[in-house]
Write a protein that binds this ligand. Sequence first.
Ligand SMILES: NC(=O)c1ccc[n+]([C@@H]2O[C@H](COP(=O)([O-])OP(=O)(O)OC[C@H]3O[C@@H](n4cnc5c(N)ncnc54)[C@H](O)[C@@H]3O)[C@@H](O)[C@H]2O)c1
Length: 338
Amino acid sequence: MAKLRMGLVGCGLRGVFDPQSVAKTIQGHDAAELVAVADSDPIRAREAAEHLGLGDNYSDLAGMLRRADVEAAYVVTPNPMHAANGIDVLEAGKHLMLVKPMGMTLEECDCVLAAHRRSGKTMMIDSQIPFGQVARKAKDLIRAGAIGRPVTTWDVQGRGKYRSGLSEWRFGQAGGIFFETLIHTLLFHRWLFDRPAARQVWAWGEKTFFQEYAYPDVVWAHVEMEGPISSVLGENHLMDRFFSSRVVVGTQDSLYFERSRLLLGGKTKPPEVVFETDEGPRTGLAHSIRHFVESVQSGREPDLTGEDGRAATEIALAANRAMETGQPLALPLVQVAR
Ligand SMILES: NC(=O)c1ccc[n+]([C@@H]2O[C@H](COP(=O)([O-])OP(=O)(O)OC[C@H]3O[C@@H](n4cnc5c(N)ncnc54)[C@H](O)[C@@H]3O)[C@@H](O)[C@H]2O)c1
């Protein structure tokens, strides 16, 4: 099948300049092709095109979207721009791959959902965890009853301090850890357990070290979902190396996630390796792009939909509010200010 011809919106670190950027991943992909890039900063747009060996670049998104050979766009702009840029893409009649978070408020998410319905195009919220082989295997095992009834997840991460070179918006407009990074975990849990509704969110956070960061740099949350499944997730930005621990605990056994391995066991037997892959840790983006292309070409709904993006934004908003008030929040939220 012909490659999907894509444009890129947002030529920053993740979009273009990181070693495993979106642009470079599309350029190395066998299912997609990068035809043009756009950035509101004309110098950045030109530098990006040069860096990628592309002729065409736009500081005017509408100009790129007028091109008939741009069939789809990947939006990877700052968090507060996602909804507006996503709507531009859909209204131009193009398929949309929108990086997480879908929006900063429920109103923004609802506007994107409405634009998506009007467009009749494919829209996917991009987060990579569900597209790795370990995650796919885990979902198959859970569906097959391998752990009994899933009861709870324990999902914690530690990251090194913020890198230099990050843009200003990251420190005051990104929404904090729940919007920036734990939203991947929220989207993953929703996918893994077939979209249970979240009922209540508790959260705690403290700003300890990074005074230039407007948000707590240590957080945890407890999310109660239909099932019932309760999810405990946490993250800190104080560790000097990446740390991650992910377990799904069931009534019979548990699934222990390692980078390239999945272990099953607990109550009925000691944990043993049930799946191992040699795929690298950074292949998730190539997999999620493939899934998007297949969704466009088949007309099937992608695994991470706009409704999933809205649900994750809702939990992130509730967690931020719960951190402020010290009180649990019941969902669904009617309206929570940014
Ligand atoms: N694993 C992941 O999914 C992952 C990883 C890293 C970053 N991200 C996300 O990627 C996004 C971008 O992060 P980054 O670090 O590349 O940011 P960045 O600040 O380096 O880049 C953003 C770019 O968007 C441009 N821009 C701003 N407003 C625009 C507009 N209206 N139209 C077009 N271009 C515009 C800016 O000029 C800049 O070049 C963020 O939403 C971040 O959360 C996702």
